[in-house]
Design a protein around this ligand. Structure first.
Ligand code: SF4
Length: 282
């Protein structure tokens, strides 16, 4: 599917956080684009609507286009402070495929190098991040940088169903391994937890990353009464494939326990929810 790429001028680029990210210990979020062409079936962002800074066309056509904030690096240079703990990004993937053409992240990383915050966390699943390895290495010399790499399952057949436009699982493991081998602090983020073999997934995550493992199951209204939640597309996929258990809070806890046991046995920290994401801020 051809993606449309738009550009805009933003009024601000760093947003003070509240809710989940604030509880996890972050002070600001950085979102270089509106909408995300990965268009994952479960993505909670379009369910946030205006609370996620979206326009109606974004949540109605999630994943069909993206709008880059052209002046992101310039605004960031103005607003960076040494006490900030920044999460990039809760509302888009900074290394979505269109970034290959737009190249917004190199300018953002250069701004971070020039005026480093206390902690800079990049949340991505994009192999494109390796393009910026040199700049990431420079950032890691100036501040605490952590790459939180989304690894949602060990099964590529599952990945193809829920995350059609994302890179294959093996390519993502290779990316994470390359970042780790380059000396960058990395975490595998199993969020959301898709149907998988929990022990196999944790074993590979331990081999490919250097830091704590973070996991989070699908958000379900049974335990999360309000706010962002799993998109209806993913709920329908679970029903179609007989994967409803992965939406069941009791089953989800069982899988999280199994993952935690496996990670800790390998000497690795493991957490979920705000406690898990808090480990990224250290
Ligand atoms: S990569 Fe992240 S922000 Fe983009 S669609 Fe998937 S879950 Fe949503």
């Amino acid at each position: 599917m051809p993606f449309q790429i738009f550009e805009s001028e933003a009024k601000s680029i760093l947003s003070p956080v509240s809710g989940f990210l604030a509880e996890a210990g972050f002070t600001h979020s950085l979102t270089p684009a509106r909408n995300c062409t990965y268009g994952c079936s479960y993505c909670y962002v379009p369910t946030m609507r205006v609370q996620g800074g979206l326009r109606k066309e974004d949540w109605l056509h999630w994943g069909e286009f993206t709008t880059f904030k052209n002046n992101a690096a310039e605004l960031l240079s103005r607003d960076l402070r040494s006490d900030q703990i920044i999460y990039c990004s809760p509302l888009t993937d900074p290394y979505q495929p269109a970034e290959a053409e737009r190249r917004l992240m190199p300018g953002i990383l250069e701004a971070v190098i020039a005026s480093p915050p206390r902690v800079f966390v990049i949340q991505t699943r994009g192999p494109l991040i390796l393009r910026d390895l040199g700049l990431l290495t420079e950032v890691s010399k100036r501040t605490t940088l952590r790459i939180s790499f989304s690894m949602t399952t060990n099964r590529d057949d599952v990945r193809r169903i829920f995350e059609t436009h994302c890179a294959p699982i093996e390519e993502r493991w290779g990316t994470l391994r390359a970042l780790t081998d380059a000396g960058i602090s990395t975490s595998a983020t199993i969020a959301p937890m898709l149907p998988c073999d929990p022990e196999v997934l944790v074993d590979v995550a331990v081999r490919c990353s250097s830091g704590p493992l973070v996991a989070d199951p699908f958000h379900v209204r049974e335990v999360k009464r309000s706010g962002a939640t799993t998109r209806a597309v993913a709920l329908a996929i679970c029903a179609h494939h007989g994967w409803e258990a992965w939406l069941d809070p009791v089953f989800q806890m069982t899988v999280l326990d199994r993952m935690g046991c496996r990670a800790r046995a390998a000497g690795r920290e493991f957490g979920n929810g705000t406690k898990g994401f808090n480990m990224l801020t250290r």
